[in-house]
Design a binder for this molecule. Structure first.
Ligand SMILES: *Cc1c(COP(=O)(O)O)cnc(C)c1O
Length: 373
């Protein structure tokens, strides 16, 4: 045999993400000190891989494991179900009418923002002849994305509780600026507490308000369930708590070429960088097509090679970037490169790119191989 049937060595991935599950468990343990946890796994567990992250958390001893896994959509919920995940699944946002039959049949937990949604779920449970479905009420204390306004809920709680096929197991709200506006966030905690006082705390088994920033930076006696996302992945939205956490994901690539280029030579599209001196330039096999943000170009970014930070030169291209490795005379093709991880935090990359850690992590594209450690 020859020609087309010849086999070639497997091409190593040019860009990959190492996901460290023991770091995940350490970060989770930090969150679990507060109370029961709904682990937020939307958007493919922030780019870390939803099924792998879910099963790592589900394998914890039952007393510590998350009570809920929070997802954004029925598609994400299905992914968990198909992976054999047994932990209860909570849908973080409003659902479409066409999704509700499946939600009822699979006993996922929706959150309710209106009487109309409650009525529809109540009907579907009745038609299914099923046990009352546990649902949570969402309250809008300032996010403006969903939920009953507090006064409207006080008015409608009676009508809601008349739906006999629903069990109002929980109540939640969301914090829009827990990492930016402490005063407003404190007001939200107060509003939530006053509301719960009026409704009677014991009416709801689960009361939840805090995302990562809310969990790390605020105390509240009225809530007993927490919804951390970002912090599970080792990044603190409040920098003063970063040292409690360890990044889970390291985005890596390799040097593909090293060359000496002369002073005056241009680097990358637009030639915005012109070398001021003779420079040792490494080409690295990652670009914005992998999710390394193009917007970071020209903003003082660096990458980590052989234990050293080395500056990015010129614009990020789709599949490749260029790095000044003049400080690393031994740098050679094949050297590993860390784009972000433990040595360079994704929060730094995000800031230099004018965006947020959540967006950089969820922006890692499918062609980046995820490797679980
Ligand atoms: C995404 C999300 C969270 C998690 O937020 P982090 O800031 O990543 O901790 C919590 N609650 C709701 C409703 C969300 O949509």
């Amino acid at each position: 045999m020859h020609g087309h049937s010849q086999t070639f060595p497997v091409s190593p991935p040019r860009a990959w993400a190492e996901v460290n599950l023991s770091h995940l468990r350490q970060n989770y343990a930090v969150s679990r000190e507060k109370g029961d946890i709904m682990a937020v796994l939307k958007a493919g567990a922030y780019g870390h891989g939803i099924a792998n992250i879910a099963s790592a958390l589900e394998q914890l001893p039952a007393a510590e494991a998350p009570v809920f896994l929070g997802v954004a959509s029925v598609i994400e919920a299905r992914r968990l179900a198909e992976a054999g995940i047994k932990t209860r699944i909570y849908l973080l946002g409003p659902t479409f009418p066409s999704e509700r039959e499946e939600i009822v049949a699979r006993r996922w937990t929706p959150c309710i923002s209106s009487l109309a949604e409650a009525r529809d779920f109540n009907r579907l449970v009745r038609e299914n002849n099923a046990e009352p479905l546990p649902v949570h009420i969402t309250v809008d204390t300032g996010m403006g994305r969903g939920g009953f306004l507090p006064d409207a809920l006080l008015e409608k709680i009676g009508e809601l509780e008349d739906f006999e096929h629903l069990y109002f197991e929980g109540i939640g709200s969301h914090l829009p600026s827990a990492d930016e506006d402490e005063e407003f966030t404190r007001t939200q905690f107060e509003v939530f507490e006053v509301l719960l006082d009026k409704l009677d705390y014991d009416r709801f088994k689960f009361r939840h308000l805090a995302n990562s920033a809310g969990l790390l930076g605020y105390q509240s006696a009225s809530t007993n369930l927490y919804r951390p996302g970002l912090m599970l992945y080792g990044i603190s939205p409040l920098p003063q708590f970063q040292d409690k956490l360890t990044p889970v994901l390291t985005l890596k690539s390799r040097v593909s070429l090293v060359r000496e280029l002369p002073a005056g030579h241009g680097i990358s599209y637009g030639r915005q960088t012109i070398l001021e001196k003779d420079t040792l330039v490494a080409t690295v096999g990652i670009g914005y097509g992998d999710g390394y943000p193009r917007e970071i170009s020209g903003n003082g970014a660096s990458v980590f090679i052989r234990g050293k930070r080395c500056p990015l030169l010129g614009r990020v291209t789709m599949d490749q970037i260029m790095i000044d490795v003049s400080e690393l005379p031994d740098c050679e093709s094949g050297d590993e490169v860390e784009l972000f991880g433990e040595n360079i935090l994704v929060s730094e990359v995000a800031e230099r790119a004018g965006t947020i850690s959540w967006a950089v992590l969820t922006g890692i594209t499918p062609r980046v191989t995820r490797i679980y450690l």
